[in-house]
Design a protein around this ligand. Structure first.
Ligand SMILES: *Cc1c(COP(=O)(O)O)cnc(C)c1O
Length: 358
């Protein structure tokens, strides 16, 4: 019997993945040249599907990376001359900050305890910060920042570039790319694919900043996948290095499937499934939602505190072919994490809840 993966990445594969993979094999996409018209058509198709899905305007480019964490480095190298500002409330937002420190940027940080979230009213962006870096969904603690709060903050600081980590929530967040400069995700989370592709969305304002920094004698924007080279190639739907054409193809097909269902429906289904899980946790004697503030509760990665040792809960679910994520870091013993991605149905979520009740 097959397992159902409720892990927050790698996660359950999207149900159509296998048939798209079969078509890709039949069409020999693993062997085509990345300088061929066939590849340019694939890039263009995936670009179009992602634009429809996430409402990405023509002012923004869509680029392919090895993974999301690569984008941390690209963003910092290309768009920060001196100072970056980070909202940190868990391990992933912390790592974005750590990359900035490693790249010798002058970093500012606003930290919240694990399990707590940010609202625009809490935040003062330092005067000289050039880029505001934040995680829409902090996967380690199950905390979200509402897109309305992200937009409110951006409107307060319209001149700062905003870079949003939407790795474990995309396509759920309805980010307004009319004002948000950059965002990124990996495909092994809510897109239901195996790991191996990161997607970077960046605006013309980001490109202008990178071109300005490129002229500096004292600073480097790096050599690999600089934004100006990515953008130049992107104009003809090509890439600077040999890309993962197979995964770019598969991402386009899954984005097309999402578009057929409709993003509004996907968002509604995500919220309904999340409501079911949180309702169970709130009424349970043996589990609790780790995140107390309702508005900060992630819609895509639910973190629950367990009364029994978390390892026992996870092992019991595994016996029933349901794979649940463990708590992050020091919460390994006392928490479980449940991914609520489009690949798992309301029925599968209900079956998991029935299992957790036992
Ligand atoms: C998984 C994750 C990342 C890192 O993604 P990789 O594909 O491992 O590079 C970054 N941010 C968040 C919020 C994540 O969940």
């Amino acid at each position: 019997m097959q397992n159902t993966y409720f892990t927050p990445g790698p996660a359950e594969l999207y149900p159509t993945f296998q048939q798209h993979l079969q078509v890709a094999m039949d069409e020999q996409i693993g062997s085509i040249s990345h300088r061929s018209q066939r590849f340019r058509d694939i890039y263009k198709f995936t670009d179009e599907q992602l634009r429809i899905l996430l409402s990405i305007p023509a002012t923004h480019g869509i680029f392919f990376m090895g993974s999301a964490s690569e984008v941390w480095e690209r963003m910092l190298l290309n768009c920060v001359e001196h100072e970056s500002f980070h909202l940190v409330n868990g391990s992933f937002s912390q790592k974005f900050y750590d990359y900035a420190v490693a790249l010798h940027k002058h970093t500012h940080v606003l930290e919240k305890p694990f399990g707590e979230g940010f609202d625009a009213a809490d935040i003062q962006v330092p005067e000289y910060a050039e880029v505001v870096c934040l995680a829409q969904n902090e996967t380690s603690s199950g905390v979200q920042m509402k897109t309305s709060e992200i937009h409110k903050l951006k409107r307060k600081y319209p001149k700062k570039l905003f870079c949003v980590d939407m790795v474990s929530s995309a396509p759920y967040p309805d980010l307004d790319f009319g004002i948000i400069d950059s965002a990124f995700f990996s495909v092994q989370k809510a897109f239901g694919m195996p790991a191996g592709l990161g997607v970077w969305i960046a605006s013309e304002a980001c490109l202008a900043k990178a071109e300005q920094l490129q002229k500096s004698d004292t600073l480097t924007i790096g050599a690999h996948h600089t934004l100006p080279t990515l953008w130049k190639q992107y104009k003809t739907f090509e890439t600077p290095a040999t890309p993962n054409a197979l995964f770019i193809y598969l991402l386009g097909k899954i984005a097309e499937d999402f578009n057929r269902i409709g993003i509004e429906t996907i968002r509604k289904q995500t919220e309904e499934k999340a409501r079911t899980i949180y309702k169970f946790l709130d009424s349970s004697d043996t589990y609790q939602s780790f995140v107390k503030q309702e508005r900060h509760r992630s819609q895509t990665v639910v973190v629950a505190t367990t009364q029994k040792p978390a390892a026992e809960v996870i092992a019991a679910a595994k016996m029933k072919h349901m794979i649940v994520g463990s708590g992050y870091g020091k919460f390994k013993e006392s928490q479980i994490r449940i991914a609520n991605f489009p690949a798992t149905s309301a029925e599968q979520i209900s079956a998991l809840i029935e299992q957790l009740k036992q």
